[in-house]
Design a protein around this ligand. Structure first.
Ligand SMILES: Cc1ncc(C[n+]2csc(CCOP(=O)(O)OP(=O)(O)O)c2C)c(N)n1
Ligand SMILES: [Mg+2]
Length: 629
C-alpha cells in the first residue's frame, strides 16, 4: 500500500479536511475549519500543519483565531446546532490553561448533544521535557494530565501517544461525532512531541470519507406498543425537544399534530419545531414555559416526548405532569432518553418515528383524534394567553423599559428566518414563555448548560453556519462581562452580528430567584461595596459596557426607549458591520407567571425570617413532586 510521510499533526489536518456527512442524499463537509489559539503546545505541531496546508494547498482546513478557548468551542457548537449536527469545527488549544479553558465548552456540547472535535495539546509522550511549562504533576502516576479532566464531558476521549494510534482514534472520533445517538464533544489529546513526529501513513487514510447519518426506523413491535398507549389517550400532550429540529422533523410533527389534534408543547431546544401560531402549538412547557402548556401538562394522561432529554426545567422538577396515571411515550434516537420516566420507549429518528406514528394512527377506519372538548380546552387556554403576551410585549414600563418589551420589540421586528441567540440569565425564561418562533432555526437558546458567555461566541458560530440569516444575539450585562471578546473575532473576520446588550446592573435572574427563596437578592447586583453596610449594595458602578463594545471594534447604538430600540434594530440590520445596541432595563419589572415550579432547595433551618417563609413555601411545593414509575 502506498504511504505518505507526514507528521501526526499534518496527517490529522489532511484527514479532517476530507470528512463528509450524508443524510437524505445530501452530502456536506463535516469539519468546516479549525478554531485555535496557539501556545508552545500546538504552535509547531498543529499550527505548522495548518500553515503548511494553507501554503501548499495539500489540505483545505481554514484556521480561525478565537480570543478565548472556551468561546471557540461555543462558536463550534453554535455552528453545529444551526447545521443540525451535520457539520462542525475542530478546536486546537495549547497545553494546560488553553486546553482546560475548553472543558466548559466540552460540557456544553456534550450536554446539548452537539458534535465538536477538541484537540487539546498534552505533555511530552517521551517525557523528555517533563514537567514542561503548564504540566500538572501527579506523584502517583506519570500518565495523568489536565486533559484527563475532559473525560467525563467527552463522548469519546483518547490520547495519541504514538503515531500508529492516530488512524483508529480518528475513525472512532468521526463515528461518535456523526452518530445522532452518541454525539457530543470528542477529545483527542495530542502530546506536544507526538504532534511533530513523522510517520509513514497509508495513503487511504486521506481519501474522502462520507459518514452516513442514519434515520433509524422504529421497530414494529415497539411502534405497536407506543400506538396502543396513544390510542387510549384522552388528554395527550407532545413535548417537542431539540431532536425534532436536528432531525428536520418539523413538517412531520405538523402532519402528526394535524392528523391527531394532539397539542404540541416545546422545550428550549425544541422551540420553533412547530410555528407558534399553529392551532396545535401551545408553547414552552415546564418551569420556564407558558401557562397554556403547563395547564395541559398538569391534566395530561399521556406525554409523547419527541427528541427530548426531559431536563429538570422541562418536567418542572417532576411536578409538571400531575395526572396520577400519567404515562410517557418517548420517541428518541437515544435509548437512554427514550427510557426516561419509565416511558414506553420508541427508539427511532424523530422524523421517521413521527411518520410511522402518523401512519399508524390514521389507518382508515381506525384513525385516532382527540375529542372536540379537548380541542376546545386548548383553544380556550390559548385565547386567554395571547393578550397576556401582547401586554408583556407592550408594557410601557417606566422609567426604564421592561425586558419583556425588549423581547417583544425584537420578536415583532425580526424576519422569520432570522435567528435569536441566548443562553443564560433571565432571558431564557422570558423567551421560552413569550417568544413567538416562526421557523425551526429562529430560536437558538442554549439551555442545556445555560452557560453565561455562550451568547456572542455561539452567535458567531450560528452566523458562520447561516450567512444568509441575520443573527440577533441577546446578551445580559453579566454574560457580556464574562465573554464579550469574540466581538473582536467577529470584527476581524468581517462576520456581522446584531448584538442587543441588556443592561440591568447585575444578575436579574438570580436576584429574582434569590428573593423568591428568601435570600434577599444577596450578592446578585453589580454595586460598590457600601462601607456602612459592608455589603455590595452601594451605588451603581461607573461601568460603560457600550463604550466597552465600541472599544472592541463594534458599532454601538445607545437606545433608551423601546422606540429607540426599534430604530436601532433597523439600523443594525441595515449595516454590514457588527453592531451592539445597548439598552438599560428594569430588573424588577413584572413578568407573567409560568404557573410552574422549580426545585431549588431552601435551608431547612435558618435564623432569617425570609428563609423560614421560603422554606414553608418550598415544602408545600415539594409535595407535588412525583416519581414517574
Ligand atoms: C458560567 C456561568 N456562571 C454562573 C451561572 C449562574 N447564573 C445564571 S444566570 C446568572 C446571571 C446572569 O446575568 P446577566 O447575564 O446579566 O443576565 P440577567 O440575569 O441579568 O438577565 C448567573 C450568575 C451560569 N449560568 N453560567
Ligand atoms: Mg444582568
Amino acid at each position: 500500500m502506498p504511504t505518505v510521510r507526514l507528521t501526526v499533526a499534518q496527517a490529522l489536518v489532511r484527514f479532517l479536511a476530507v470528512q463528509y456527512t450524508e443524510r437524505d442524499g445530501t452530502r456536506q463537509r463535516f469539519i468546516e475549519g479549525c478554531w485555535g489559539i496557539f501556545g508552545h503546545g500546538n504552535v509547531a505541531g498543529v499550527g505548522q500543519a495548518l500553515l503548511q496546508a494553507q501554503q501548499t494547498g495539500e489540505a483545505d482546513l481554514k484556521y480561525y483565531l478565537a480570543r478565548n478557548e472556551q468561546a471557540m468551542v461555543h462558536a463550534s457548537v453554535g455552528f453545529a446546532r444551526m447545521r443540525n449536527r451535520l457539520a462542525t469545527f475542530a478546536c486546537t488549544a495549547s497545553i494546560g490553561p488553553g486546553s482546560t479553558n475548553m472543558i466548559t465548552g466540552a460540557a456544553l456540547a456534550t450536554i446539548n448533544r452537539i458534535p465538536v472535535l477538541l484537540l487539546p495539546s498534552d505533555f511530552f509522550a517521551t517525557r523528555a521535557a517533563s514537567p514542561v511549562l503548564q504540566e500538572l504533576e501527579d506523584p502517583r502516576s506519570y500518565d495523568v494530565s489536565v486533559n484527563d479532566a475532559f473525560k467525563p464531558v467527552s463522548r469519546f476521549w483518547d490520547r495519541i501517544n504514538r503515531p500508529e494510534q492516530l488512524p483508529s482514534a480518528l475513525l472512532a472520533a468521526m463515528r461518535v461525532l456523526t452518530d445522532p445517538a452518541e454525539t457530543g464533544a470528542v477529545t483527542l489529546a495530542l502530546p506536544q512531541d507526538v504532534q511533530a513526529e513523522a510517520h509513514d501513513w497509508p495513503a487511504d487514510l486521506f481519501t474522502e470519507r462520507t459518514w452516513f447519518v442514519p434515520r433509524p426506523r422504529p421497530e414494529p413491535a415497539a411502534l405497536e406498543r407506543a400506538v396502543e398507549v396513544l390510542r387510549n389517550a384522552r388528554r395527550p400532550l407532545v413535548v417537542a425537544g431539540g431532536g425534532v429540529i436536528y432531525s428536520e422533523a418539523g413538517p412531520a410533527l405538523r402532519a402528526f399534530a394535524e392528523a391527531t389534534g394532539i397539542p404540541v408543547s416545546d422545550t428550549q431546544a425544541g422551540k420553533g419545531a412547530l410555528a407558534w401560531d399553529h392551532p396545535c402549538a401551545v408553547g414552552g412547557v415546564g418551569a420556564t414555559g407558558s401557562p397554556v402548556a403547563n395547564a395541559l401538562a398538569r391534566e395530561a394522561d399521556v406525554i409523547l416526548g419527541i427528541g427530548t432529554r426531559y431536563s429538570d426545567f422541562t418536567t418542572a422538577s417532576r411536578t409538571a405532569f400531575q395526572d396520577p396515571d400519567v404515562r410517557f411515550v418517548n420517541l428518541n434516537v437515544t435509548a437512554f432518553d427514550a427510557g426516561k420516566h419509565a416511558g414506553t420507549s420508541l427508539v427511532a429518528d424523530a422524523r421517521a418515528g413521527l411518520e410511522a406514528l402518523t401512519e399508524a394512527l390514521s389507518l382508515p377506519g381506525a384513525g385516532y383524534r382527540v375529542d372536540p372538548e379537548y380541542d376546545a380546552r386548548v383553544a380556550e387556554l390559548d385565547a386567554a394567553w395571547r393578550p397576556v403576551v401582547e401586554h408583556a410585549y407592550h408594557l410601557g414600563h417606566q422609567p426604564l423599559p421592561a425586558q419583556t418589551e425588549i423581547l417583544g420589540a425584537l420578536n415583532e421586528f425580526i424576519d422569520d428566518r432570522d435567528v435569536v441567540v441566548q443562553a443564560a440569565g433571565s432571558m431564557p425564561g422570558d423567551l421560552q414563555m413569550l417568544w413567538r418562533a416562526r421557523d425551526p432555526k429562529q430560536y437558538h437558546v442554549e439551555y442545556g448548560y445555560s452557560c453565561m458567555g455562550y451568547e456572542i461566541a455561539g452567535g458567531l458560530g450560528a452566523k458562520m453556519a447561516s450567512p444568509d440569516r441575520e443573527v440577533f444575539v441577546l446578551v445580559g450585562d453579566g454574560s457580556y462581562l464574562m465573554m464579550a471578546q469574540e466581538i473582536v473575532t467577529a470584527v476581524s473576520e468581517g462576520i456581522k452580528l446584531n448584538i442587543v446588550l441588556v443592561q440591568n446592573q447585575g444578575f436579574g435572574s438570580i436576584g429574582a430567584l434569590s428573593e423568591s427563596l428568601g435570600s434577599q437578592r444577596f450578592g446578585t447586583a453589580y454595586r460598590y461595596r457600601d462601607p456602612a453596610s459592608g455589603q455590595l449594595d452601594g451605588d451603581v458602578l461607573p461601568v460603560d459596557l457600550a463604550a466597552n463594545a465600541a472599544s472592541l471594534g463594534a458599532d454601538v447604538i445607545r437606545a433608551r426607549t423601546v422606540k429607540d430600540l426599534q430604530a436601532a434594530l433597523a439600523q443594525s440590520r441595515a449595516s454590514d458591520r457588527t453592531t451592539v445596541t445597548y439598552i438599560e432595563t428594569d430588573p424588577l419589572a413584572p413578568v407573567p407567571s409560568s404557573q410552574s415550579w422549580w426545585d431549588v432547595p431552601v435551608s431547612q433551618t435558618s435564623a432569617l425570617d425570609s428563609t423560614q417563609q421560603a422554606r414553608a413555601a418550598y415544602e408545600a411545593a415539594k409535595r407535588d413532586q412525583r416519581i414517574y414509575l
